[in-house]
Design a binder for this molecule. Structure first.
Ligand SMILES: Cc1cc2nc3c(=O)[nH]c(=O)nc-3n(C[C@H](O)[C@H](O)[C@H](O)COP(=O)(O)O)c2cc1C
Length: 222
């Protein structure tokens, strides 16, 4: 049985608003190309935030504080493509999205990088100000997680203040569509390569990135 490839998007908005509407359109684009699509709404996750123990930088295994992050990371790990989507708040990504990125990244994904070779995409939704900076912030975190990014033209930044406005930003939505189309082109290319050769096109290291590094080095490295 052939399992349909899936794109999973993380929505960092505090509400069911513009980012959700843009992602709804992304879901339709994915469906037209025969892919499944899911959204992880960060506002629905129970996130404890990083604790006061301070041992994130010296651990060699995932944080043991129990919240919804391990399950969310598992959902992303099952995808062929991952989109980080955030509204702009206070000239940056939303506080919710920042907490998700820190908690998922520093507490769980930094050890074995489970999103390696997923095809990544970033979308920033803003009234207007700092949309490109916020998009770049998301891109840096996709790259940190060793995802594959495909150039698709101008950044996928969409402008709108009130719900209903962002999806009317024709240029922004055209950039989102081009990004999604190119992500799916790459997902298909990688799948064809795997089928032909039986292996990942780029090596996936099974090594724990933090294991085997001396504790003192880890402490100094941050
Ligand atoms: C707390 C807060 C801070 C915001 N800060 C900015 C900002 O710095 N720049 C900007 O262009 N828009 C800002 N906005 C507007 C949102 O980016 C805009 O309304 C966006 O469409 C919200 O997406 P959402 O409906 O998915 O939450 C802010 C909105 C909120 C609630």
């Amino acid at each position: 049985m052939n399992i349909r490839p899936k794109i999973v998007a993380v929505n960092g908005s505090i509400r069911d608003g513009n980012t959700a509407e843009v992602l709804h359109e992304v879901g339709l684009m994915a469906a037209r190309r025969g892919l499944d699509f899911e959204v992880v709404d960060v506002r629905d996750l129970r996130m404890l935030g990083t604790g006061t123990c301070g041992d994130c930088n010296s651990r060699t295994s995932a944080c043991t504080r129990e919240d919804d992050l391990p399950a969310a990371v598992r959902r992303l790990s099952e995808a062929a493509g991952v989109i980080f989507a955030s509204p702009v708040q206070g000239f940056g990504i939303s506080g919710l999205m920042q907490t998700f990125i820190e908690r998922a990244g520093v507490c769980h994904m930094r050890y074995e990088r489970p999103l390696t070779n997923k095809v990544g995409g970033a979308i920033a939704v803003a009234r207007r100000y700092s949309s490109t900076e916020s998009w770049s912030h998301l891109v840096a975190n996709l790259l940190l997680n060793r995802m594959i990014l495909v150039g698709s033209g101008f950044p996928a930044t969409v402008h709108g203040l009130h719900p209903g406005e962002a999806v009317k930003d024709e240029e922004g939505m055209a950039n989102v569509e081009r990004m999604v189309e190119r992500m799916i082109d790459m997902i298909e290319l990688l799948a064809a390569h795997r089928e032909l050769t039986g292996r990942d096109p780029l090596p996936v290291s099974a090594a724990n990135e933090r294991a085997g590094i001396a504790f003192e080095t880890l402490r100094g490295r941050g």
